[in-house]
Design a binder for this molecule. Structure first.
Ligand SMILES: Cc1ncc(C[n+]2csc(CCOP(=O)(O)OP(=O)(O)O)c2C)c(N)n1
Ligand code: SF4
Ligand SMILES: [Mg+2]
Length: 348
């Protein structure tokens, strides 16, 4: 594979010799201005800059407007559009069959936190290697805007109907369940989102990104806490996030105490530059405290909330063979005729 130190790249190509067009997919059929399209654009940029190899990727989703978006990037990758809320089971099967795949999952707040909750929490618990993006608009966009399980208490539909159930915070849940990469971002903050997505691509294990993604058709009015206006007014940055891929040297020079560098599995680094508060993303207690503080004010914190780059993923826990099951020859998978006869003898 080519690296940055090899011969100069032709203009417009990345380290694997591809152009940004290679990371695109079909034209979007979502409503103009939908937050999900903004996230797709940043994902394309993040994958291009990082030099993702499309043939290694499996795109996964459930059902919803958000779950349609894998059609809009990486047209030459593998893909599976699962039943509503069942993407984690398909991801688990895919990665166990072929651990060389790079799963990228896109889901919605309904797909993840309503119907898919049972599957989602076990994916986190098992630390399935996947970049899992939850495009969070607080409603079921595809079925015309009913409240989802992430809708804030008291938030209103366009009709004036108020939500009387408390929200589920998937980041709190993920941290509690031991997820090793938990981030929150906003579709209207492209710079932060690209860096967090690249960090997720370099992470080993489940990387969860909860991205506030306004639904312009059903949940972008006054009274909604998932609108562009509300998100812009209440977003608070934990830190400024930068990403330096493993194939580039760190050139930035920070004053002591103003930035934290997190080294990821493949040698890439995330640089967290202090904004207002001292924040340590390796502390679960600090992350949970900060999230609860902001939830109480119905405001939202964005950035890398929690990271543990060394946590073993599911394939390591299972001590899977380096060679994927999918490519192991039949002779290695099947017991020989003699071994089978021997087993049968013991059962007589
Ligand atoms: C088993 C099942 N139940 C219900 C539905 C109907 N349905 C389709 S998408 C959806 C919710 C999607 O919401 P979300 O995941 O938040 O995606 P969004 O459209 O908001 O991006 C529902 C309830 C379905 N397709 N399958
Ligand atoms: S209905 Fe909402 S979530 Fe669905 S495409 Fe339109 S703006 Fe996006
Ligand atoms: Mg939704």
């Amino acid at each position: 594979m080519a690296t940055a130190t090899d011969t100069p790249r032709p203009k417009g190509t990345n380290r694997v010799g591809l152009v940004i067009q290679d990371y695109k997919g079909l034209d979007s059929t979502l409503c103009a201005g939908c937050g999900h399209d903004a996230i797709t654009s940043q994902l394309i940029k993040a994958m291009f800059e990082y030099g993702v190899q499309p043939h290694r990727v499996i795109k996964l989703s459930g059902i919803g407007c958000s779950s349609k978006t894998p059609a809009y990037f990486l047209r030459r990758s593998h893909g599976f559009n699962a039943v509503h809320g069942r993407m984690p089971a398909v991801a688990t099967g895919a990665i166990l069959a072929n651990r060389r795949l790079m799963p990228i999952g896109v889901s919605g707040d309904g797909d993840t936190a309503s119907i898919g909750m049972g599957q989602f929490i076990h994916m986190l618990r098992r630390n399935i290697p996947i970049v899992y993006i939850m495009e969070n608009n607080g409603v079921y966009g595809l079925t015309k805007g009913q409240f989802s399980a992430t809708a804030d208490l008291g938030t209103k539909l366009k009709t004036g109907v108020a939500n009387d159930l408390p929200p589920i915070d998937v980041c709190i849940l993920a941290i509690e369940l031991g997820c090793g990469y938990v981030a929150r971002s906003f579709a209207g903050d492209p710079k932060q989102l690209v860096a967090l997505l690249q960090g997720a691509l370099a992470h080993k294990g489940t990387a969860l990104l909860d991205v506030i993604s306004p639904c312009v058709t059903f949940n972008n009015h006054d009274g909604s806490t998932k609108s562009y206006k509300y998100a812009k007014e209440t977003e608070e940055l934990l830190h400024e996030v930068g990403f330096v891929p493993f194939f580039e040297p760190i050139e930035a020079d920070y004053e002591a105490g103003t930035a934290k560098v997190v080294e990821l599995h493949d040698g890439s680094r995330i640089i967290l530059k202090k904004v207002d508060r001292d924040y340590d993303p390796s502390s679960k207690a600090m992350a949970l405290r900060a999230l609860r503080e902001f939830n109480q004010k119905t405001e939202f914190l964005t950035g890398l909330l929690y990271v543990d780059p060394k946590k073993p993923d599911f394939t390591e826990l299972l001590q899977l063979h380096d060679e994927p099951l999918a490519t192991l020859p039949a002779e290695s998978l099947r017991p020989s005729r003699e071994a089978l006869d021997e087993i049968m003898e013991t059962l007589r």
